[in-house]
Design a protein around this ligand. Structure first.
Ligand code: ADP
Ligand code: MG
Length: 210
Protein backbone atom coordinates (compact mmCIF):
# COMPACT_ATOMS: atom_id res chain seq x y z
CA UNK A 1 0.00 0.00 0.00
CA UNK A 2 1.31 3.44 -0.89
CA UNK A 3 1.36 6.32 1.56
CA UNK A 4 -1.34 7.94 -0.58
CA UNK A 5 -3.62 5.64 1.40
CA UNK A 6 -3.15 7.88 4.46
CA UNK A 7 -5.34 10.36 2.56
CA UNK A 8 -9.07 9.83 2.51
CA UNK A 9 -9.05 9.43 -1.28
CA UNK A 10 -11.61 7.51 -3.34
CA UNK A 11 -10.53 3.88 -3.42
CA UNK A 12 -10.66 3.73 -7.23
CA UNK A 13 -8.12 6.59 -7.36
CA UNK A 14 -5.92 4.83 -4.78
CA UNK A 15 -6.04 1.57 -6.72
CA UNK A 16 -5.07 3.36 -9.92
CA UNK A 17 -2.12 5.11 -8.21
CA UNK A 18 -0.94 1.69 -7.16
CA UNK A 19 -1.14 0.40 -10.72
CA UNK A 20 0.67 3.52 -12.00
CA UNK A 21 3.51 2.69 -9.60
CA UNK A 22 3.10 5.88 -7.57
CA UNK A 23 4.39 4.37 -4.32
CA UNK A 24 4.83 7.50 -2.23
CA UNK A 25 3.79 11.12 -2.34
CA UNK A 26 6.33 13.66 -3.51
CA UNK A 27 6.98 16.44 -0.93
CA UNK A 28 4.65 18.93 -2.65
CA UNK A 29 1.92 16.27 -2.83
CA UNK A 30 2.32 15.44 0.87
CA UNK A 31 2.16 19.12 1.79
CA UNK A 32 -0.69 20.08 -0.57
CA UNK A 33 -3.11 17.17 -0.77
CA UNK A 34 -4.51 17.37 2.79
CA UNK A 35 -5.28 21.06 2.21
CA UNK A 36 -6.67 20.47 -1.29
CA UNK A 37 -8.92 17.68 0.00
CA UNK A 38 -10.14 19.87 2.87
CA UNK A 39 -11.62 22.24 0.28
CA UNK A 40 -9.47 25.23 1.25
CA UNK A 41 -7.80 27.58 -1.20
CA UNK A 42 -4.08 26.96 -1.64
CA UNK A 43 -1.00 28.73 -2.94
CA UNK A 44 1.72 26.11 -3.55
CA UNK A 45 5.26 26.75 -4.62
CA UNK A 46 7.51 23.99 -5.94
CA UNK A 47 9.95 23.49 -8.77
CA UNK A 48 9.31 21.80 -12.12
CA UNK A 49 9.09 18.02 -12.05
CA UNK A 50 7.99 17.86 -8.41
CA UNK A 51 4.59 16.29 -9.12
CA UNK A 52 2.36 19.34 -8.96
CA UNK A 53 -0.23 17.94 -11.38
CA UNK A 54 -1.22 15.11 -9.03
CA UNK A 55 -1.10 17.57 -6.10
CA UNK A 56 -4.14 19.35 -7.54
CA UNK A 57 -5.38 16.63 -9.92
CA UNK A 58 -6.19 14.07 -7.25
CA UNK A 59 -8.19 16.69 -5.36
CA UNK A 60 -10.13 17.65 -8.48
CA UNK A 61 -10.83 14.00 -9.37
CA UNK A 62 -11.76 13.08 -5.78
CA UNK A 63 -14.57 15.60 -5.62
CA UNK A 64 -15.75 15.20 -9.22
CA UNK A 65 -19.28 13.84 -9.73
CA UNK A 66 -19.04 12.02 -13.06
CA UNK A 67 -22.83 11.57 -13.21
CA UNK A 68 -23.19 15.36 -13.45
CA UNK A 69 -22.05 16.09 -17.00
CA UNK A 70 -21.00 19.70 -16.32
CA UNK A 71 -17.65 21.46 -16.32
CA UNK A 72 -16.69 21.10 -12.67
CA UNK A 73 -13.02 22.11 -12.87
CA UNK A 74 -10.97 24.51 -14.98
CA UNK A 75 -7.18 24.21 -15.13
CA UNK A 76 -5.37 27.14 -16.75
CA UNK A 77 -1.79 26.75 -17.99
CA UNK A 78 0.54 29.25 -19.71
CA UNK A 79 1.17 27.31 -22.94
CA UNK A 80 -0.34 24.60 -25.10
CA UNK A 81 2.60 22.29 -24.35
CA UNK A 82 2.09 22.61 -20.60
CA UNK A 83 -1.68 22.21 -20.94
CA UNK A 84 -1.17 19.05 -23.01
CA UNK A 85 1.17 17.63 -20.33
CA UNK A 86 -1.36 18.39 -17.60
CA UNK A 87 -4.25 16.87 -19.57
CA UNK A 88 -2.18 13.74 -20.22
CA UNK A 89 -1.28 13.35 -16.53
CA UNK A 90 -4.89 13.99 -15.45
CA UNK A 91 -6.16 11.33 -17.86
CA UNK A 92 -3.63 8.89 -16.40
CA UNK A 93 -4.76 9.69 -12.84
CA UNK A 94 -8.43 9.42 -13.92
CA UNK A 95 -8.14 6.02 -15.62
CA UNK A 96 -10.29 4.31 -13.00
CA UNK A 97 -13.16 6.79 -13.42
CA UNK A 98 -15.35 5.56 -16.26
CA UNK A 99 -16.85 7.98 -18.76
CA UNK A 100 -14.88 10.95 -17.48
CA UNK A 101 -14.27 13.60 -20.11
CA UNK A 102 -11.24 15.86 -19.87
CA UNK A 103 -11.10 18.40 -22.68
CA UNK A 104 -8.17 20.57 -23.82
CA UNK A 105 -8.86 24.10 -25.06
CA UNK A 106 -5.65 25.66 -26.33
CA UNK A 107 -4.72 28.19 -28.96
CA UNK A 108 -2.74 27.29 -32.06
CA UNK A 109 -5.39 24.77 -33.03
CA UNK A 110 -8.69 25.35 -34.91
CA UNK A 111 -11.56 26.53 -32.75
CA UNK A 112 -14.34 24.78 -34.71
CA UNK A 113 -13.67 21.22 -33.49
CA UNK A 114 -13.35 22.57 -29.92
CA UNK A 115 -16.82 24.09 -30.21
CA UNK A 116 -18.10 20.70 -31.37
CA UNK A 117 -16.45 18.98 -28.39
CA UNK A 118 -17.91 21.53 -25.99
CA UNK A 119 -21.39 20.82 -27.36
CA UNK A 120 -20.86 17.19 -26.33
CA UNK A 121 -19.86 18.32 -22.84
CA UNK A 122 -16.95 17.75 -20.45
CA UNK A 123 -16.18 17.39 -16.75
CA UNK A 124 -12.77 19.07 -16.71
CA UNK A 125 -11.27 21.70 -19.01
CA UNK A 126 -7.52 22.18 -19.31
CA UNK A 127 -6.59 25.19 -21.38
CA UNK A 128 -4.68 28.34 -22.05
CA UNK A 129 -6.19 31.67 -20.97
CA UNK A 130 -6.45 33.19 -24.46
CA UNK A 131 -8.46 30.34 -25.96
CA UNK A 132 -10.67 29.86 -22.89
CA UNK A 133 -11.49 33.60 -23.02
CA UNK A 134 -12.28 33.27 -26.76
CA UNK A 135 -14.85 30.55 -25.99
CA UNK A 136 -16.39 32.65 -23.21
CA UNK A 137 -16.79 35.60 -25.59
CA UNK A 138 -18.42 33.33 -28.18
CA UNK A 139 -20.67 31.85 -25.47
CA UNK A 140 -19.51 28.36 -26.51
CA UNK A 141 -18.32 27.70 -22.93
CA UNK A 142 -20.04 28.21 -19.59
CA UNK A 143 -18.10 28.21 -16.33
CA UNK A 144 -21.23 28.53 -14.20
CA UNK A 145 -20.80 25.05 -12.64
CA UNK A 146 -17.05 25.24 -11.94
CA UNK A 147 -16.22 24.16 -8.39
CA UNK A 148 -12.44 24.16 -8.68
CA UNK A 149 -10.15 26.61 -10.47
CA UNK A 150 -6.48 25.71 -10.86
CA UNK A 151 -3.94 28.32 -11.92
CA UNK A 152 -0.94 26.20 -12.91
CA UNK A 153 2.44 27.86 -13.40
CA UNK A 154 0.75 31.09 -12.36
CA UNK A 155 3.99 33.09 -12.34
CA UNK A 156 4.58 32.27 -16.00
CA UNK A 157 1.00 33.16 -16.92
CA UNK A 158 1.48 36.58 -15.31
CA UNK A 159 4.91 37.01 -17.00
CA UNK A 160 3.20 36.37 -20.32
CA UNK A 161 0.76 39.22 -19.70
CA UNK A 162 -2.34 37.12 -18.99
CA UNK A 163 -3.39 39.04 -15.88
CA UNK A 164 -6.38 40.85 -17.42
CA UNK A 165 -7.51 37.77 -19.34
CA UNK A 166 -7.38 35.77 -16.10
CA UNK A 167 -9.51 38.38 -14.35
CA UNK A 168 -12.05 38.23 -17.20
CA UNK A 169 -12.22 34.42 -17.02
CA UNK A 170 -12.51 34.36 -13.23
CA UNK A 171 -15.36 36.89 -13.39
CA UNK A 172 -17.42 34.22 -15.21
CA UNK A 173 -17.04 31.67 -12.41
CA UNK A 174 -19.04 31.21 -9.23
CA UNK A 175 -17.51 33.07 -6.29
CA UNK A 176 -18.22 29.94 -4.23
CA UNK A 177 -15.37 27.73 -5.50
CA UNK A 178 -12.00 26.34 -4.51
CA UNK A 179 -9.00 28.08 -6.07
CA UNK A 180 -5.62 26.36 -6.22
CA UNK A 181 -2.59 28.32 -7.40
CA UNK A 182 0.70 26.63 -8.31
CA UNK A 183 3.84 28.59 -9.02
CA UNK A 184 7.60 28.14 -9.06
CA UNK A 185 8.13 31.62 -7.61
CA UNK A 186 6.14 34.00 -5.41
CA UNK A 187 6.48 37.51 -6.81
CA UNK A 188 4.29 40.47 -5.75
CA UNK A 189 2.02 39.87 -8.76
CA UNK A 190 1.09 36.45 -7.37
CA UNK A 191 0.24 37.96 -4.01
CA UNK A 192 -1.88 40.57 -5.80
CA UNK A 193 -3.90 38.11 -7.89
CA UNK A 194 -4.27 35.81 -4.88
CA UNK A 195 -5.67 38.73 -2.91
CA UNK A 196 -8.26 39.34 -5.60
CA UNK A 197 -9.38 35.81 -6.49
CA UNK A 198 -8.71 33.58 -3.47
CA UNK A 199 -10.33 33.24 -0.08
CA UNK A 200 -8.01 32.98 2.92
CA UNK A 201 -5.51 30.71 1.10
CA UNK A 202 -3.13 28.35 2.87
CA UNK A 203 0.46 28.54 1.64
CA UNK A 204 2.95 25.73 1.18
CA UNK A 205 6.46 25.96 -0.18
CA UNK A 206 8.57 22.93 -0.93
CA UNK A 207 12.06 22.68 -2.37
CA UNK A 208 11.89 25.73 -4.65
CA UNK A 209 15.56 25.77 -5.70
CA UNK A 210 15.62 25.28 -9.48
P1 ADP B 1 5.39 19.40 -12.20
O1 ADP B 1 4.05 19.88 -12.64
O2 ADP B 1 5.70 19.74 -10.77
O3 ADP B 1 6.49 19.87 -13.12
P2 ADP B 1 4.40 16.79 -12.95
O4 ADP B 1 3.10 16.81 -12.27
O5 ADP B 1 4.40 17.01 -14.42
O6 ADP B 1 5.42 17.82 -12.28
O7 ADP B 1 5.11 15.38 -12.60
C1 ADP B 1 6.38 15.06 -13.06
C2 ADP B 1 6.48 13.55 -13.31
O8 ADP B 1 6.46 12.84 -12.09
C3 ADP B 1 5.34 13.00 -14.16
O9 ADP B 1 5.87 12.16 -15.14
C4 ADP B 1 4.49 12.21 -13.17
O10 ADP B 1 3.88 11.10 -13.82
C5 ADP B 1 5.51 11.76 -12.13
N1 ADP B 1 4.95 11.65 -10.76
C6 ADP B 1 4.19 12.56 -10.11
N2 ADP B 1 3.90 12.17 -8.86
C7 ADP B 1 4.49 10.97 -8.68
C8 ADP B 1 4.56 10.04 -7.59
N3 ADP B 1 3.98 10.30 -6.42
N4 ADP B 1 5.26 8.88 -7.78
C9 ADP B 1 5.86 8.65 -8.96
N5 ADP B 1 5.85 9.47 -10.03
C10 ADP B 1 5.19 10.63 -9.90
MG1 MG C 1 3.33 21.18 -14.02
Amino acid sequence: MSDFSTLKLRTDLLGNLDSLGYRSMTPIQAASLPIVLSGQDLIAQAKTGSGKTAAFGLGVLHKLDVSRFRIQALVLCPTRELADQVAQELRKLARAIHNIKILSLCGGTPIGPQIGSLEHGAHIIVGTPGRVADHLRKRTLSLADVETLVLDEADRMLDMGFQEVLDDIIAEMPAQRQTLLFSATYPDEIQAIAGRVMRDPERVEVDTSQ
